[in-house]
Design a protein around this ligand. Structure first.
Ligand SMILES: *[C@@H]1O[C@H](CO)[C@@H](O)[C@H](O)[C@H]1NC(C)=O
Ligand SMILES: *[C@@H]1O[C@H](CO)[C@@H](O)[C@H](O)[C@H]1NC(C)=O
Ligand SMILES: *[C@@H]1O[C@H](CO)[C@@H](O)[C@H](O)[C@H]1NC(C)=O
Ligand SMILES: *[C@@H]1O[C@H](CO)[C@@H](O)[C@H](O)[C@H]1NC(C)=O
Ligand SMILES: *[C@@H]1O[C@H](CO)[C@@H](O)[C@H](O)[C@H]1NC(C)=O
Ligand SMILES: *[C@@H]1O[C@H](CO)[C@@H](O)[C@H](O)[C@H]1NC(C)=O
Ligand SMILES: *[C@@H]1O[C@H](CO)[C@@H](O)[C@H](O)[C@H]1NC(C)=O
Ligand SMILES: *[C@@H]1O[C@H](CO)[C@@H](O)[C@H](O)[C@H]1NC(C)=O
Ligand SMILES: *[C@@H]1O[C@H](CO)[C@@H](O)[C@H](O)[C@H]1NC(C)=O
Ligand SMILES: *[C@@H]1O[C@H](CO)[C@@H](O)[C@H](O)[C@H]1NC(C)=O
Ligand SMILES: *[C@@H]1O[C@H](CO)[C@@H](O)[C@H](O)[C@H]1NC(C)=O
Ligand SMILES: *[C@@H]1O[C@H](CO)[C@@H](O)[C@H](O)[C@H]1NC(C)=O
Length: 411
């Protein structure tokens, strides 16, 4: 084989290796930050002295890092809420004054101590479930007359299940299910599946969001609710309360790889970020704009979702946890997450919806190219180059041949 061809193949292999090497810096991001995660229910409660009212539970997850701690608190007193508190200490504690906490009128009845170690805190609250009769199939609740809306379900008035029964300390998960007193919920429920993570990874089920040690996840499932019209669609209202920086804007990222979430090339993140947008993000809620219409979805069960622009909300959300921890004057923002778009089936076809959100500290995880896509890219880019190079080599070899023939007779 002529040396030029050998060189070309050599170059091609080198190119492939370099591409994979370069791109693998995007895979996994080399992120191996690890936390020690432990779960605890109703921290500090002596249930003999202070019996809990039915449906009230407080899950505390401690995620211990090398020199800092993340506390997650999931509470079902009032509207369900997830509070994230980041401290610079490895021995920070959650202190609850239970009698005051249960009366729900005392700010400071839940604290993370020492208070001086708290670096960041933010709460995400699920406040309302809106249902509207989409007679014209616009899937656009922001432009519908008020008469299209049914009375919203207030999540603060739901009866919530016992967290103790659904806690899985091995998997670091818990399931919080609740129902409204109305007839529509007699066979239905709204469930929040909470997962805490000790290290980077992905959930098995779609949307398979990428998570890391600084994040936790909530999967919302609306199952078996009797719709109040045949053309009913739903939106979920979310509110966020923060200590310094409210979650004020939703950023939109695009990706060219949909391997982990088929047909979805976007990710949305509602971020809490200082006024100067060049500064890093302090915390976030991140989701892919997709919901699923079956518990074990196939491709056709995906339905896009949209969010409204976050707006300031005048009052604190009706969550016992938020009142106890923040209280007083805090900036609250809210948005509505609307499931489905024009032309998609209505809720009555499957009587199921699920949507997943990641809640975390710092910059949201960024999806990277999967190894499969990298190989396709390397081969796709490398092969034409190989052909061009081989072509060039052949031309050179042809051109050289007459010259060697010219010189040969002299020898
Ligand atoms: C986590 O726990 C393991 C074993 O209990 C311990 O060896 C490790 O140092 C802990 N890591 C942190 C960050 O505390
Ligand atoms: C915590 O550790 C990180 C690196 O592991 C370091 O950058 C940071 O300065 C440390 N923070 C404190 C308060 O020691
Ligand atoms: C909270 O409610 C209790 C009982 O309803 C009442 O005794 C107490 O004064 C209230 N505290 C505040 C600060 O409003
Ligand atoms: C539905 O469309 C009809 C005809 O365009 C219109 O008159 C009606 O107001 C629309 N209804 C709603 C709820 O938007
Ligand atoms: C929900 O509960 C609040 C406070 O307990 C009450 O004022 C309101 O009427 C209830 N809403 C519904 C729809 O039941
Ligand atoms: C949870 O349930 C177990 C057994 O059912 C019980 O022993 C434990 O005390 C309960 N924990 C709390 C915090 O209620
Ligand atoms: C709930 O399920 C029962 C038994 O399947 C049925 O008879 C009833 O009509 C259902 N209720 C609603 C509101 O769908
Ligand atoms: C998680 O947070 C810690 C503490 O702020 C930081 O050192 C670490 O780099 C973060 N890890 C990731 C994956 O964001
Ligand atoms: C929904 O559609 C079914 C079948 O088309 C019909 O029998 C039923 O009356 C409708 N229900 C409502 C609330 O419109
Ligand atoms: C759902 O609503 C559609 C549109 O009105 C109706 O045609 C269909 O029969 C309903 N499906 C069920 C299962 O009720
Ligand atoms: C934002 O940036 C400007 C110019 O860089 C600076 O003057 C201002 O103090 C910054 N504001 C905040 C809140 O950091
Ligand atoms: C959510 O949508 C409902 C109905 O359109 C509206 O009344 C409410 O103000 C919206 N909430 C937020 C936070 O935008």
């Amino acid at each position: 084989m002529p040396a030029e061809i050998l060189y070309t193949i050599h170059f091609y292999v080198l190119f492939l290796l370099l591409t994979v090497r370069f791109s693998s810096s995007f895979i996994g991001n080399g992120d191996n930050y690890r936390r020690n995660v432990s779960l605890e229910l109703n921290p500090g409660l002596n249930s003999l002295l202070t019996p809990l009212p039915p449906g009230v539970g407080l899950l505390h997850v401690r995620a211990l890092g090398k020199n800092n701690t993340l506390h997650y608190l999931l509470c079902s007193q009032g509207a369900p809420a997830l509070l994230l508190v980041h401290t610079s200490s490895i021995s920070s504690k959650v202190v609850v004054d239970w009698p005051a906490f249960l009366v729900q009128n005392t700010t400071g009845s839940l604290k993370v101590t020492p208070e001086s170690s708290v670096l960041y805190s933010n709460a995400l609250v699920f406040t309302r479930l809106w249902e509207y009769d989409d007679v014209n199939d616009t899937a656009d609740p922001e432009h519908l007359p008020p008469s299209s809306f049914f009375q919203p379900y207030e999540l603060q008035n739901f009866t919530w299940g016992d967290l103790n029964k659904t806690l899985d300390p091995m998997a670091n998960t818990a399931l919080l299910c609740g129902r409204d007193a109305s007839e529509s919920f007699s066979n239905g429920s709204l469930c929040l599946k909470f997962s805490a993570f000790d290290v980077e990874g992905r959930d098995q089920g779609w949307p398979s969001l990428l998570h890391n040690a600084n994040s936790s996840q909530l999967r919302v499932g609306l199952d078996g609710v009797a719709p109040r019209s045949n053309r009913s669609r739903f939106s979920l209202e979310l509110q966020a309360v923060g200590d310094t920086q409210p979650m004020s804007r939703v950023d939109f990222l695009r990706s060219i790889d949909d391997e982990y979430t088929p047909s979805i090339f976007k990710v949305s993140q509602w971020v809490s970020s200082p006024v100067n947008s060049t500064s890093p993000v302090l915390g976030y809620a991140q989701w892919k704009p997709v919901a699923y219409r079956r518990p074990s979805p196939v491709f056709e069960d995906a339905t896009p979702c949209r969010h409204s622009t976050p707006v300031p909300v005048a009052q604190l959300p009706p969550s016992g946890l938020v009142l106890a921890y923040f209280g007083g004057e805090r900036q609250t923002t809210g948005l509505n997450m609307t499931f489905s778009i024009t032309g998609d089936p209505f809720y009555n076809t499957t009587n199921y919806l699920s949507w997943t959100v990641l809640v975390g500290l710092g910059s949201p995880p960024v999806d990277s190219f999967s190894p499969l896509v990298l190989v396709i890219m390397a081969v796709g880019l490398g092969t034409p180059m190989l052909i061009i190079l081989l072509g060039g080599v052949c031309v050179c070899v042809r051109k050289n041949r007459p010259q060697t023939q010219v010189y040969e007779p002299i020898n």
